[in-house]
Design a protein around this ligand. Structure first.
Ligand code: ATP
Ligand code: MG
Length: 139
């Protein structure tokens, strides 16, 4: 095997409705079980995915979730990329602060999701929308 992280075949789910958010949850649960994440870690990842999928729908105007397995030679994991072509996140530091919301929510989705996963990366801007990548590793 080549060095670094080996990515399994990704499965894409469109996010255009509440039902699609449920489908993302189900897909993430299935893949998390397949890579043998613990029940607690499955639930953490599904919860994070649910928040990020909802943000993709509400603020991003819809988009996609791409779920894949990853393998670093030591552990397996699940990686999810949430992408939208929305307005982007204006102030990322602020958006990651507990309680900050522009939509009348609790403002805990992004900050909570970050705490629930092992790796969390955001690429966002007004010209390119928002792309959030999260990874949870087996332990
Ligand atoms: N994909 C996105 N595109 C544009 N802005 C976003 C996106 N995701 C989050 N944001 C911005 O970041 C803010 C914080 O998001 P977060 O999920 O933490 O809170 P919320 O969705 O407002 O409330 P909650 O998730 O607790 O119901 C949002 O109010 C919104 O302004
Ligand atoms: Mg949210």
């Amino acid at each position: 095997m080549t060095a670094g992280v080996d990515r399994g075949h990704p499965q894409a789910q469109a996010i255009r409705s509440d039902e699609d958010v449920v489908r993302v949850r189900q897909l993430v649960r299935t893949v998390a079980v397949a890579v043998r994440l613990s029940l607690v870690d499955q639930t953490k990842l599904v919860t994070a995915a649910s928040e990020l999928a909802r943000n993709t729908l509400v603020y991003g105007g819809g988009g996609t979730a791409e779920v894949s397995t990853v393998d670093n030679g030591l552990r397996r994991g699940v990686r999810i990329v949430f992408a939208d072509d929305g307005p982007g996140i204006a102030d990322l530091d602020l958006a990651l602060t507990d309680g900050y919301t522009t939509g009348g929510g609790l403002g805990l989705g992004l900050s909570g999701a970050r705490r629930l996963v092992d790796e969390f990366d955001i690429d966002t801007g007004p010209e390119r929308g928002t792309r959030i990548t999260v990874t949870k590793w087996s332990r």
